[in-house]
Design a protein. Structure first.
Length: 244
């Protein structure tokens, strides 16, 4: 039987103290937002087309194009954004590593000064800086000076893949709903599925962020309802006018 690892001294039970927890929360939040984008954008698209025509091929074509185009767009946007972030992080880490190699004593004084600025006495700050430098100088400086760690450097490919996957999962909900449900309830049921899914993502996003869930959930649902209503109205007007 495996013996559980001893808790970190001073840590509360079931409370994360991993330095990378903020990065993981950001990933989760990005995933929720990606799914929300997929739900709203593809739902608005297919509902708008369904308002103009009941032809399944037209709805399928529009929905599939929206799903594929949106997923690629999300992935590319995330890749470019995270690549810039990753490049900046790597440059800062390389700079700190170089400074430690060239001016170790000056870096030690700087680290002690940072701890002193946090409220430690000069002697205690110096002792903490000496001990942390002896253990892992680069990690101590990255965390104290920059709030970084080598393990937390963002991966552009992983970010792009996660964003595209989240968008696709969200987009599949309205697309499958409007394609598989009977024509007589197609629009109404898709509205219900989409609004329920938006309520779920709004609630989950709020919980991940640690905020009360009611207002964010209402905002997400209300925004989705406006988008669906607007596109359905436009599609219906175009369909009845004979434009499409």
């Amino acid at each position: 039987m495996t013996t559980p690892a001893a808790p970190t001294p001073g840590a509360h039970a079931h409370e994360p103290h991993d330095a990378s927890i903020h990065g993981r929360l950001n990933w989760l939040r990005a995933g929720v937002l990606g799914a929300n984008d997929g739900i709203v954008s593809v739902a608005a698209l297919v509902v708008g087309v369904a308002g103009a025509t009941t032809a399944i091929p037209a709805i399928l074509t529009a929905g599939t194009a929206g799903l594929v185009g949106g997923a690629i767009s999300m992935a590319l946007g995330e890749y470019v954004s995270v690549s810039s972030q990753s490049d900046s992080q790597k440059a800062l880490i390389a700079k700190e590593r170089r400074e430690l190699a060239e001016e170790p004593e000056a870096e030690l004084i700087e680290l002690a000064g940072l701890y002193e600025a946090k409220g430690l006495s000069p002697d205690t700050a110096r002792q903490v800086a000496v001990e942390l430098t002896a253990k892992d100088a680069l990690t101590a400086h990255l965390e104290t000076e920059l709030g970084l760690s080598e393990e937390a450097v963002a991966s552009p490919l992983a970010a792009a893949g996660a964003s595209a996957l989240a968008f696709t999962i969200g987009a599949l909900l309205p697309l499958l709903s409007i394609l598989l449900l009977p024509e007589s309830i197609r629009i109404q049921a898709t509205f219900a599925v989409v609004l329920f899914a938006l309520a779920a993502t709004g609630y989950l996003g709020a919980r991940i962020g640690g905020s009360p869930a009611l207002r964010p959930t209402i905002r997400v649902v209300a925004g989705g309802a406006v988008a669906l209503g607007a596109t359905f109205l436009i599609g219906s007007l175009l369909g009845t006018s004979g434009v499409v």
